[in-house]
Design a binder for this molecule. Sequence first.
Ligand SMILES: [Zn+2]
Ligand SMILES: [Zn+2]
Length: 339
Amino acid sequence: MSNWGFVRHSRTSLSLLKTLRFQQKAHLGSTLSSFFYFSTSGEGRAGNENPVRPAPPPIRVGITESSGRGVFATRRIGAGELIHTAKPLVLHPSLSTVQRVCYFCLRKLRNGGGDEPQSVRFCSEECEQEAKSFRGVETKADWLAFDDYCRSLGLKYPLLVKRFACMVISGALAADLLDILQPASLSPLMISEMEEGFNLLRSAFKVANFPDERMAFLTKQWYTGVLARIRINAFRIEFAGGLYEDLLLSAAASVEAEAAVGNAVYMLPSFYNHDCDPNAHILWIENVDARLTALRDVEEGEELRICYIDASMNHDARQTFLSQGFGFHCTCLRCLSGD
Ligand SMILES: [Zn+2]
Ligand SMILES: [Zn+2]
């Protein structure tokens, strides 16, 4: 198979601004405000019950000189400061952890997994409630063949497309929600490899008798377009702290060695550019909500960047990963220095 599995941290990329049309910008503004929430101090808005709107995060999305969109600090941000948090647009647990984490927020469940292989569980009534829209669609169809396809080929991103499709059919999300994100460029071979997944997804809905008009969006072009965006924008979720070790242990006992609890696509975090010596990073503490945190002091106006890959790799390995996984040649200061 092609290199679907090696990306560690993903993001949107580069030189896209030229194609960002005016109406997309307008769309961006409203989309951003609905999909991130934040706290400018690390402690949220404790104290009074004042229903004032939270302060906006100290960032703006702007245009960089060479890398298209980027995220900039609007004031000085101290090392360790929580810059903002972000809710996912679409997420899915790894198939190897699906029995052990909340099907909606990926939080680790206390008492192991359910016995039935097809069962999914939630950490709270809130999550179960939030999941009702897409579960209402998902549970009407039979996913054995589709899940088998993903499992046997080690594919995780088609699961995100499946959930996204369920949310669109349920009316919870618009089919073009991810269009604003940069797509990976796909070779004809990669597109043909997606054919089977598309056919399995579509036929699962067909067999479940969803009306044609609710499935009109589900074309091969839509499927490959969504996968092309997920491919470079999905983040692989690993919790900071103990859970990671738990998962390594359980993964060691499992045929599927997948340490990640799942994968998710976000809007604002996707606009952060890459740097091999980043000044910000993204953390997951207990669930799928992303926490963007400053790694060192950042001055007002400075671009905030995260590292998409394992920063401990040497120069050549980093360049190979970035060019094959994300389609760009890194010219960050560290790379220019030859480190
Ligand atoms: Zn949950
Ligand atoms: Zn670099």
